[in-house]
Design a protein around this ligand. Sequence first.
Ligand SMILES: NC(=O)c1ccc[n+]([C@@H]2O[C@H](COP(=O)([O-])OP(=O)(O)OC[C@H]3O[C@@H](n4cnc5c(N)ncnc54)[C@H](OP(=O)(O)O)[C@@H]3O)[C@@H](O)[C@H]2O)c1
Length: 309
Amino acid sequence: METVLITGGSGLIGKHLCIRLKERGFNVCILSTSKQKAEGLTTYFWDINKKIIEKKAIENTDYIIHLAGANIGEKRWTTKRKQLIIDSRVKSGELIFNALKENNKTLKAFVSASAVGYYGAVTSDKIFIETDQAANDFLGETCRLWEQSADRFNELGIRTVKIRTGVVLAQQDRALIKMITQIKFGIGSALGNGKQYLPWIHIEDLCQIYIKAIEDKQMNGPYNAAAPDIRTNSEFTRVLARTLNKPFWFPNIPAFILKLLFGEMADVILKGSRVSCAKITAANFTFKFPNLENALNDLFNTSWLNTDK
Ligand SMILES: NC(=O)c1ccc[n+]([C@@H]2O[C@H](COP(=O)([O-])OP(=O)(O)OC[C@H]3O[C@@H](n4cnc5c(N)ncnc54)[C@H](OP(=O)(O)O)[C@@H]3O)[C@@H](O)[C@H]2O)c1
């Protein structure tokens, strides 16, 4: 049985991915900054600042999926927070790289998370593809450094894949739960002018892309992970309200209020362009949820929404 080690495996994507990988027949372990053991999974510990990583974590693994990173939308982007956002992705990658090198250990593949933020907080008609340059803003630079540290694994002869992910739609996603709550109380509204695009992906499709990245030896380099049906923020909110059978009439939240509330981070929600999924589909990946209505219906088709969260 092959083993997959997941960093940040206790997060939103990691939790789903662990389940799908186990179902697929992999032995799954997680590498965590917390000493708490994950239920039913072998959990190894690492401390990125102190450069500590449990040796067994890398000794026993065939693949590594690198999801770890301080949450981008959780706190205001102070200088200190920005550094943590970068270091938790880049220095963590370097720690794994050095551990592999020192132990003469190789992998069948190293798969790293990245984000569509690579292309920058910009609203335009352009549809970004994987060969486009990274943007100069904070997230663009973060993703560039994050991917650069992943690319170093090539030096060890390891196949390296980077998954530039759009907003993940999942039942446990805090941002989605917040939007739903507002819509349920009749105060859901689009953000800013609402014309910014919002690349998204259903959690099930994202998990299948990660599994494909592990299994498909032809996959290499960056891949956009966003469904083809990309809508503007306004359309997205309207579809969400319709799926919930709720009215959508509240005026847009003005950009200046969001900027006051969130500072620079507001750009992430106030701006956005489309990204192409042509590369991943050309690699024979088929989206189970290419359409937004179907994706939302699937997520809502369970009892969780009926429990007035
Ligand atoms: N969710 C999205 O919509 C989305 C979109 C694009 C890209 N991504 C990227 O995909 C990755 C996984 O996303 P997610 O939504 O699952 O994130 P998440 O729920 O915030 O989980 C990330 C995990 O990273 C670990 N972590 C947190 N702070 C850390 C730090 N300072 N240093 C090292 N590890 C830390 C934690 O695991 P332990 O406590 O076990 O260490 C945490 O559970 C992230 O890198 C994220 O930026 C996510």
